[in-house]
Design a protein around this ligand. Structure first.
Ligand SMILES: [Zn+2]
Length: 81
C-alpha cells in the first residue's frame, strides 16, 4: 500500500519561502571579491544550516579564493554592486 507523502503544513512552507528569500539576498550581498570585485571565485560547497529563528546569524563559512590572490570565506565577499 502506498502512503501519500504528507504535505508540509502551511507555516513550514512559508518559513521555507522566507528562508529561500533570505538566502538569495544573502548571496546577492556576498558574491564578489572584496579586493578586485571579481565574481568568478573558486569556492567550497559545504551546506550551511539556516536558523529560521535567527536568520541574521547566518554565516557562510565556505572557503572562497580569487584569481587576484585574495582568499577568505564567502561571508567576507561583498555585494556585486
Ligand atoms: Zn579578487
Amino acid at each position: 500500500m502506498i502512503t501519500p507523502r504528507p504535505e508540509l503544513p502551511e507555516e513550514h512552507r512559508l518559513m521555507r519561502e522566507e528562508g529561500d528569500k533570505f538566502r538569495s539576498l544573502y548571496y546577492y550581498k556576498h558574491m564578489a571579491c572584496p579586493k578586485c570585485g571579481n565574481v568568478h571565485l573558486e569556492t567550497t560547497y559545504m551546506g550551511i544550516v539556516l536558523n529560521y529563528n535567527d536568520m541574521n546569524s547566518y554565516k557562510d563559512t565556505n572557503r572562497a579564493k580569487c584569481s587576484c590572490g585574495w582568499n577568505g570565506i564567502v561571508h567576507d565577499l561583498k555585494g556585486s554592486i
